[in-house]
Design a protein around this ligand. Structure first.
Ligand code: PAF
Length: 282
């Protein structure tokens, strides 16, 4: 049975006992509404560490004023059943007051990565993510922390933060979990109607065909981006961005870059979906 802990002090005391016994601690931070992609993170954590701690905290600081903080699905009991079935040891599920007892007076910004792509249309989002993740790291003090590669930019921001602030842990990126038709697993897929759900795999298909064009030797990335955007918009999406980027710095990809990532964010009905594919240029 996964033990639910809501207090920072209790979690710290509990984990320090494990640390004293020489056990390694792995951490899977989430906002809940857990799906098979999250379970991949838990399995990766269990494989690598002695003790697995998951957290569920819908972090108000990373939602904009017109975003879905209130509507975000909250399914704590079902989530804990899934964590129990997967063998996670602890679920940290704090309240907003526990995490932000004095509001937000200090925040962590990673400006080189936080204001582009998703950050351009979601101002403050990545400062919210970086701040809450650093607070969670300070509480859990894990040896390793596990994040999905679907949130590629988030993973880059967290890696950069951990590197710059000399945080003593490893950040592990876990491959994106997908439905059989290719749609990346996401808690926000719950917002899709049946018709939208049937259209949604087009997002991943558009990434794959862009990837194939590059692997086939095409170098006009602007044309690839334009074609994909036009096709997705024509199919009923509202594309925020479709970009070929250098996988390290997330800067616009140049011809000399060999490790690339193609990232997309698009609205389909009420859902803002993101996805990406990575590729090594031949
Ligand atoms: O990816 C998420 O679920 C969240 O952004 C995270 C990392 C748990 C921070 O709130």
């Amino acid at each position: 049975m996964t033990q639910i802990i809501t207090s920072i002090d209790t979690l710290r005391d509990t984990l320090s006992q494990h640390r004293e016994r020489g056990q390694t601690i792995g951490f899977v931070p989430t906002m809940g509404s857990l799906h098979a992609g999250h379970m991949d993170l838990v399995r990766a954590c269990k494989d690598a560490c002695d003790i697995t701690v998951a957290s569920i905290f819908v972090n108000p600081m990373q939602f904009g004023p017109n975003e879905d903080f209130d509507a975000y699905p909250r399914t704590l009991e079902a989530d804990n059943d899934k964590l129990t079935a997967e063998g996670a040891d602890y679920l940290f599920a704090p309240t907003v007051r526990e995490m932000y007892p004095h509001g937000v007076n200090t925040q962590i910004d990673v400006p080189s990565l936080a204001n582009i792509l998703c950050g351009a249309s979601r101002p403050g989002h990545f400062a919210g993510v970086a701040t809450v993740v650093s607070k969670l790291f300070n509480i859990v003090q894990p040896h390793q922390a596990f994040f999905g590669r679907k949130d590629f930019q988030q993973l880059a921001v967290i890696r950069q933060m951990a590197r710059d602030l000399l945080m003593p842990l490893s950040i592990v990126g876990v491959p994106t979990g997908r439905a059989d038709d290719g749609l990346a697993l996401s808690s926000r897929n719950a917002y899709l109607t049946d018709t939208e759900r049937a259209q949604a795999p087009l997002l991943y298909q558009s990434l794959q065909s862009a990837r194939q064009r590059i692997l086939d030797g095409e170098t006009d990335f602007a044309a690839i981006q334009r074609d994909a955007t036009t096709a997705l918009n024509a199919a009923g999406f509202r594309v925020d961005y479709f970009e070929v980027r250098c996988a390290h710095a997330l800067s616009s990809a140049g011809l000399a870059d060999t490790k690339l990532v193609i990232l997309v964010a698009a609205y389909l009905g009420k859902a803002r979906l993101i996805d990406n594919v990575e590729l090594q240029k031949p």
